[in-house]
Design a protein around this ligand. Structure first.
Ligand code: ADP
Ligand code: MG
Length: 289
């Protein structure tokens, strides 16, 4: 039979916005020694906004932005939505694109006015061997995501996208440290962006430039070190890592895929609510012993 304390505790937790899908996950949570947070949308708001635009070729800044917006028109990625919104805000004339395709963790490709336009992050530059815009390093150093815009394989400009760190994130990290729990961050974003966010939040370890399909391998790597890992994420990308973790925690609205792969679901998008799961687990299973 299901122990009564557990059902009472999970009911109380449900009222606080902690939904326990898998009782074993809740039980495991009291011995977790590492919490791995996805950066984007979990420690940050996941709502990037366009900052600066750099034009490195014969196009001006507005033309670079319009080209990027054209190529990103069909992408649902938050970075794409920020670019499209910024172009609309500026009243730019955005050409229609065709042959749209996207590669998770890399960027998008489309045909605009008969030419191939690609917009993407560090992996796109690596893959094409294209030169980085001079502004890029400084943008990354203060934590902004940098995307480059390529036309027929050449860089025509770059975009700075800033995603605000949640004000509650630093408190969550401090509270976890106080419980003796190590905090690790994982992201597909560039190393310098990860370092900037990690330093701001007091996180001592991070994995950057991780492809969506490789996130679960990083979880397994921590587990091979003997760590007991809770992974916190919200995105489609995070689902395999949530499933691999000892405790998978889907946060906020989350995507259906993330929710399906998690053992615990947090209704709130406040990263501090992870502490409630630890407390709940300890309180519940202490009573049972
Ligand atoms: P995270 O791991 O931070 O949640 P993603 O795995 O979704 O982020 O994306 C990682 C990186 O891939 C982004 O920082 C960006 O460089 C690039 N990228 C992904 N989707 C797009 C897109 N639609 N347009 C441009 N770049 C993209
Ligand atoms: Mg994410």
């Amino acid at each position: 039979a299901i122990p009564l304390v557990v059902s009472i505790a999970t009911e109380r937790a449900a009222r606080g916005g902690v939904l326990v899908k898998d009782r074993l996950a809740l039980e495991s949570m009291r011995t977790v020694d590492t919490v791995l947070f996805d950066k984007t949308g979990t420690l940050t708001r996941g709502e990037p906004a366009l900052g600066d635009v750099a034009a490195t070729g014969d196009l001006d800044e507005d033309a670079v932005l319009a080209l990027a917006a054209a190529a990103e028109a069909d992408s649902e990625h938050p970075l794409a939505r920020a670019i499209v919104a910024a172009a609309a805000d500026r009243g730019l004339d955005v050409p229609r694109a065709g042959d749209f395709s996207s590669e998770p963790g890399l960027g998008v490709t489309a045909t605009v006015e008969g030419r191939e336009v690609r917009v993407g992050g560090p992996r796109l530059l690596q893959e094409t061997g294209a030169d980085e815009a001079p502004e890029a390093a400084a943008w990354r150093d203060h934590g902004a995501t940098v995307l480059h815009v390529l036309r027929d394989g050449r860089v025509v400009g770059a975009l700075e996208l800033a995603d605000e760190v949640r004000p509650e994130s630093a408190q969550a990290v401090r509270a976890l440290h106080a419980q003796g729990v190590q905090v690790v961050m994982i992201t597909g974003d560039a190393e310098a962006v990860a370092r900037s966010v990690a330093e701001e939040l007091g996180i001592d370890r991070w994995f950057a430039g991780v492809r969506p399909e490789d996130k679960s391998d990083r979880v397994a790597e921590l587990q091979r070190e003997g760590r007991k890992v809770a992974m916190v994420g919200d995105g489609v990308n995070d689902a395999p890592a949530l499933a691999q973790a000892d405790v998978g925690i889907a946060i906020g609205a989350g995507t259906d895929v993330a929710i399906a792969s998690a053992g615990v679901i947090l209704a709130s998008d406040d990263p501090r609510s992870v502490l409630s799961v630890i407390e709940l687990s300890r309180a519940t299973y202490r009573k049972m012993k």
